[in-house]
Design a protein around this ligand. Structure first.
Ligand SMILES: Cc1cc2nc3c(=O)[nH]c(=O)nc-3n(C[C@H](O)[C@H](O)[C@H](O)COP(=O)(O)OP(=O)(O)OC[C@H]3O[C@@H](n4cnc5c(N)ncnc54)[C@H](O)[C@@H]3O)c2cc1C
Ligand code: SF4
Length: 462
């Protein structure tokens, strides 16, 4: 008999007052008993609506069934037929707008907690399994992957499973893309990313770090070097600014720089060689996941007041509802319907305040969200000593400018067909480099599609 409770099993979390002073993971994960109980809420629907909401098509009812039976390793095997980063996805994927949004249990109550179960199964495997992945027999073909974010790692993993000799070239000194330099430790412990990367290495994937493609080697040089195809998963790491006065003052960061200092360079540790401003009052401009991460990091660095400054209202916040709730619990102050006009200096050129204006909401714009409109004469100041700009990113232009014939959109996204093929033969692309800033699972989906196209391309060529 299924468990007909209308509510999902709660995810235990660290107490907000304690966690806002540490970097340990906020969500603590299900116990075996809670996972089995939650898995028993699944009705094992024949038409599997939840799978249609998963960009990598995990056989969700099957893995949940195995979990309900207590066969956690069996559940892990089913997930990893489709996903190479289950412990990551179980933590950061927006399941509420994907698989869980299609779950029939969501019609009269809460959907099955698919993401929490995925996380549980992956963590159980990582804790208990001693089985090393088996390296497939080589098929003798070489493929290069540029970038080690979720799109590159997924593409590399899928090709390695088919026997390809895959080398990932990563610009930074550590592999993982945004998973290591952007998403903070308290949402996604770096040990977990490392473990998932170790699994890929055990499949034979080689990872070369400190390799900026477009500088050290070009895409054409990779092709001349015997790589039969190249996948570009270089992400969208170029920060945008508002273009308002004061953005060059000391104490203004892009969210990417601020988070990279903290996550990748561990600037929050006393012995870190990378400095970071320990500000007292911080304004984070933006309302997405990145803004929530920056605000929560600023709080953990010791700020007394951290403001989210966002020009639309609560219901338009693009961040996941869970992240907004966690940020509020940790004492982040939301200044909604508020837009910055300028950042004001003190006598030494440091940030002293941010001048904002109140906003109202008009008719929906092309994004479908109501257009923010300035309320004349409503300017006011918030005293801050640090401003973090988190209003979006674009693809870095380096690959485009060094690869002849690679067609890109006006904003720098690489243009591909449905299979990930670019305007250059043998060169494929996917993830944020193509779509602009999106999600981990969409990047993984794109890496998967491209791996399958590359396989077809190389087979047909030979
Ligand atoms: C702070 C933050 C929080 C986020 N939170 C979430 C979340 O909760 N859930 C979610 O689903 N998504 C989230 N996202 C978005 C998600 O992380 C991205 O959509 C995803 O990582 C994109 O994957 P990717 O493989 O396309 O690129 P990235 O993860 O950006 O990886 C690209 C990699 O390519 C490397 N690279 C770039 N140029 C070169 C070059 N020329 N040569 C070699 N290497 C190069 C980069 O160093 C990087 O390692 C978040 C993003 C940020 C910044
Ligand atoms: S839709 Fe929900 S109940 Fe049905 S199989 Fe998927 S997870 Fe289970």
């Amino acid at each position: 008999m299924p468990n007909m409770s209308l509510k999902k099993n709660e995810m235990p979390t660290q107490d907000p007052h304690i966690r806002s002073g540490n970097y340990a993971e906020v969500a603590l994960g299900y116990t075996e008993a809670a996972a089995i109980d939650e898995a028993q809420r699944c009705l094992n629907c024949k038409n599997m609506p939840c799978v249609s909401g998963c960009p990598v098509c995990i056989n969700i009812p099957h893995f949940i069934q195995k979990t309900a039976e207590g066969d956690f390793e069996g559940a892990y095997r089913i997930i990893t037929e489709s996903s190479s980063l289950p412990a990551v996805c179980g933590r950061v994927c927006p399941q509420e707008s994907q698989c869980e949004s299609k779950c029939v249990r969501g019609i009269k109550g809460e959907p099955v907690a698919i993401g929490r179960l995925e996380r549980f199964v992956a963590d159980w495997h990582n804790e208990h399994s001693t089985e090393a992945p088996v390296k497939p027999e080589s098929n003798g073909h070489k493929v290069a992957v540029v970038g080690s974010g979720p799109s590159g790692l997924t593409c590399a993993g899928d090709l390695a499973k088919k026997g390809y000799d895959v080398t990932v070239f990563e610009a930074l000194h550590t592999a993982g893309g945004v998973l290591v330099y952007g998403i903070p430790e308290f949402r996604l412990p770096k040990e977990i990313v490392k473990k998932e990367i170790e699994t890929l290495k055990a499949l034979g994937v080689k990872i070369e770090t400190n390799m900026v493609i477009g500088k050290v080697l070009s895409i054409d040089e990779l092709l001349d070097d015997g790589f039969e195809a190249v996948f570009v998963g270089s992400g969208a790491g170029l920060p945008r600014f508002m273009g308002i006065p004061g953005e060059n003052l000391c104490g203004v960061y892009s969210a990417n720089e601020f988070l990279t200092r903290i996550n990748l360079m561990k600037a929050y540790k006393n012995d870190s060689a990378t400095p970071i401003l320990h500000a007292k009052n911080v304004a984070v401009v933006g309302g997405g996941n990145v803004a929530m991460d920056a605000a929560r990091c600023a709080k953990r660095l010791g700020a007394e007041n951290v403001y989210i400054v966002y020009r639309r209202g609560e219901s338009e916040l693009p961040a996941r509802a869970e992240e907004v709730e966690h940020a509020k619990e940790e004492g982040i102050i939301f200044r909604l319907l508020t837009n910055p006009k300028q950042i004001l200096p003190d006598d030494n050129g440091n940030v002293a305040a941010i001048e904002c204006v109140e906003m109202g909401l008009g008719e929906p714009d092309e994004s479908g969200r109501r257009r923010p409109i300035e309320i004349e004469g409503s300017e006011f100041k918030i005293d801050v000593d640090c401003v973090i700009m988190s209003i979006g990113t674009s693809p870095n232009p380096l690959i485009k400018s060094t690869t002849e014939g690679l067609e890109c959109t006006k904003w720098g996204g690489i243009i591909t067909d449905e299979g990930g093929l670019t305007s250059r033969e043998g060169v494929y692309a996917g993830g944020d480099a193509v779509t602009g800033a999106a999600t981990v699972i969409l990047a993984m989906g794109a890496g998967k599609v491209a791996a399958s196209s590359i396989d077809e391309y190389i087979k047909n060529k030979n």
